[in-house]
Design a binder for this molecule. Structure first.
Ligand SMILES: [Zn+2]
Length: 535
């Protein structure tokens, strides 16, 4: 059952363009990261969960001018919308990095100097098709009908200027070797094959500075240039943990355990980024995990293409009887996105499917288990957990075995970032707990005073299953888990370690002592009766 000794766990989302509006695509990556972070904290790991904003973008500069404010004023106005969004959606990031911060600048300069000293930066002229939305040059062969493959609605621009370049072409063999020797480096496997194929087809040097742009970090020893996109943005993963400012802290957290990204930015994270790190003599992140796209009735969820849904709208629409997202609506949004589509694959989402799953999994299976268990306790024993018989009979033994088996499989799935697989294991237990109560018919046992011992056993086992489930669901359903911990009067999942327990302690059978008091509280997941979700 044990997930091993606690260790350091550093995980990141991409930094988001500060002038984007948080939409469900950003939310998807960030929720996955939050679930992982909460899980690792529960394990007792020294967890560091980073997200942030990318603020040195050409788009940002343009937008600020459109609004008639300085670029600095503009980003200072925009960045808090991200911080507030995540705070309101239960995202538990430990840090929020902005690329306009001094700590970031110091680390970026350090990295550029090291790569330059290694001989991997040279001067040249670049001319080519450039997409402002992607902030990158394209090769002619990558254009679709003369337009950016990701932003077909935007005009592609022609840009020519003196730049510094990074010698990516020199890193193909080392990257290939690393990826082959470390199958966990690029996940899932399909994406690894894609990266290897890109390396096989030959890597081209890329431009890392801009002469025409003023908004950015000035290039070391050449103030006519600013550092452009990749050496600025990707480097946030280093600077947030102290690169260039706090060597000791940096050595503690780096390398990252996982960079969570969408598959559209795989090339930059699995080729550009490790090449930059290799050049600087820095260790590579352990895993780059690229998740798939969510399609909303066949349309991709992104700003530029098709549908854009705000995560607040989703959570609000999963909240019965209110336009404000409740704790249950926020939990449901997290759960449904991660349960509905296996992480790593593309998936189609329909409103109807989300509502059906909400009612089936959350309102019926899990919510009902919680409320019936606590209500029965309240009604039969005034909320007191009874003393189970000392002798363990076969059905109880089977419950113990199932808990052990599902918990082990849950940990293995979480290690693989297989969130839907982990939830399947949890719902095996939810289903069995409900089945156990049905079969045991405590309402019949109660009518026969000679069956008191049998009744006590059923009540104890049901309460104990619910207690263990409280911790297993907590990374996914933090609001419900907190409420359940309150009703069961057991340590809150977020403070297990502060309260002096380990994850093994709280997941081990027998945590509830006879005589322990429980209480009945509000329903965790009220049924969604209306077809609430509308585009
Ligand atoms: Zn583009």
């Amino acid at each position: 059952v044990s997930p091993g000794t606690p260790s350091k766990y550093y995980l990141t989302t991409p930094i988001y363009y500060v002038n984007d509006r948080p939409h469900i695509g950003h939310y998807y990556t960030t929720v996955a990261a939050d679930v992982l972070a909460r899980y690792h904290r529960l394990r007792g790991d020294d967890t560091f969960f980073l997200t942030g904003t990318d603020e040195h973008s050409l788009n940002v500069d343009r937008k600020a001018r459109e609004e008639g404010v300085t670029t600095r004023e503009f980003v200072d106005k925009m960045a808090p919308q991200w911080q507030e969004t995540w705070a309101k959606l239960d995202i538990s990031n430990d840090d929020f990095i902005r690329t306009t911060e001094e700590r970031h600048k110091a680390g970026v300069l350090e990295l550029v100097r090291r790569v330059r000293d290694a001989g991997d930066i040279f001067e040249g002229t670049y001319e080519g098709p450039y997409c402002v939305s992607c902030e990158r040059f394209y090769l002619e062969k990558d254009l679709v009908d003369g337009r950016c493959p990701l932003h077909p609605s935007r005009e592609i621009e022609r840009v020519e200027e003196r730049n510094f370049f990074f010698r990516l072409s020199a890193f193909g063999p080392r990257l290939r070797e690393h990826i082959k020797a470390h199958p966990e480096f690029v996940q899932p496997e399909e994406r690894r094959n894609e990266v290897l194929a890109t390396i096989e087809s030959g890597l081209e040097d890329f431009s890392i500075s801009r002469e025409s742009v003023k908004w950015g970090i000035p290039f070391p020893d050449d103030p006519t240039q600013v550092i452009y996109v990749w050496f600025d943005a990707l480097t946030n993963y280093l600077t947030a943990v102290g690169y260039g400012t706090d060597e000791e802290r940096f050595r503690h957290y780096w390398p990252a355990n996982v960079h969570l990204i969408g598959k559209d930015i795989l090339r930059f994270h699995a080729i550009y980024w490790p090449a930059m790190l290799l050049s600087a003599g820095l260790p590579l992140p352990k895993t780059v995990f690229a998740h798939g796209f969510l399609y909303f009735k066949g349309r991709k969820l992104s700003k530029s293409e098709g549908v854009m849904l705000s995560p607040f709208d989703l959570a609000a629409q999963l909240t019965p009887g209110s336009d404000e997202p409740s704790a249950s609506g926020r939990d449901a949004a997290r759960y449904l996105l991660l349960r509905h589509v296996p992480f790593g694959r593309d998936g189609d989402i329909t409103y109807e499917a989300l509502v059906d799953r909400y009612n089936a999994d959350l309102a019926n299976d899990f919510g009902n288990l919680a409320s019936r268990t606590l209500k029965i306790l309240k009604q039969y024993t005034d909320g007191v957990v009874p003393q189970p018989p000392a002798e363990v009979e076969a059905r109880t033994e089977a419950l113990h075995a199932l808990v052990a088996e599902a918990t082990t499989a849950f940990h293995a799935a979480m290690d693989d970032l297989d969130f839907s697989g982990a939830l399947e294991q949890v719902w095996r237990l939810v289903g069995r707990a409900n089945g156990y109560i049905e079969e045991s018919r405590p309402w019949d046992l109660r009518k026969d005073p000679s069956r008191e011992i049998a009744l006590n056993l059923v009540l104890y086992n049901a309460a104990e299953m619910l207690r263990i489930l409280t911790y297993l669901v907590s990374p996914f359903l933090p609001g419900a888990a907190d409420e359940l911990a309150k009703q069961l009067r057991v340590p809150r999942p977020m403070s297990v370690h502060k309260d002096g327990y380990t994850l093994d302690d709280v997941l081990s059978w027998g945590g509830l002592a006879a005589g322990h008091m429980t209480e009945v509280g509000p329903v965790l997941f009220p049924r969604l009766d209306k077809p609430v979700l509308t585009a």
